[in-house]
Design a protein around this ligand. Sequence first.
Ligand code: PRP
Ligand code: URA
Length: 220
Amino acid sequence: MNQVYESKHPLVRHKLTFLRQTDTGVRRFQELVWELSALLAYEALADLDLNETAVTTPLDEAAGHVLAERVALVPILRAGLGMVDPIWNLIPDAQVGHIGLYRDEETLQPVEYYCKLPQASQVDVCLLLDPMLATGGSTTAACNILKGHGIERIKFVGLIAAPEGIAQVHSAHPDIDIHVAVVDCCLNDRGYIVPGLGDAGDRLFGTKVDEAARIPDIAE
Ligand code: PRP
Ligand code: URA
């Protein structure tokens, strides 16, 4: 059964507040996504296995450890791209795959347009990256793609999730843990997370601001 890990870290809560803020500009939004992604990946990877080794310091021999598991990072394009570099900086040996999905605005169903993944035989654990888990359609589709490719051990790392999306992933993929900064209230009638942060891809890449993604009742 999957677990949902909502970060309790004070830095995560602090940074999330500014991430949500309507007037946070593109550059600061990107920086906050980078900072939050590193913090959340740090928490999500706390159970990685280690091999023991020895290391020679200038003074003596010391016991040491190296990662025993090979990590893959797989962003869901496009907003997941914003989460890759800060985690890759922590694990430079990670392989990076890409899954291109967009949500059809009418049906809210994910549409696949790109897929390039590492070989399953070279991956022990995969971090599936997307800032937003809304209806759960994109995450579920990405997990289907990963498993179809032979990548079975998957942890989803995101910034904001809706209960509806967690339930959807839970029912389709009960083996996948979900690590997020926060679980929000619900979805609006356009499938946006409330209170959320609006459209993550648009805010990351500076493309159009969708008025439907704003939450005037709460923000004003
Ligand atoms: C957003 C987000 C997720 C998806 C979440 O991407 O980054 O991938 O929506 O919604 P869901 O849980 O209801 O599937 P979007 O489809 O807007 O594409 P983009 O990243 O290219 O903007
Ligand atoms: N995608 C986003 O970028 N934001 C939401 O609130 C829902 C889906």
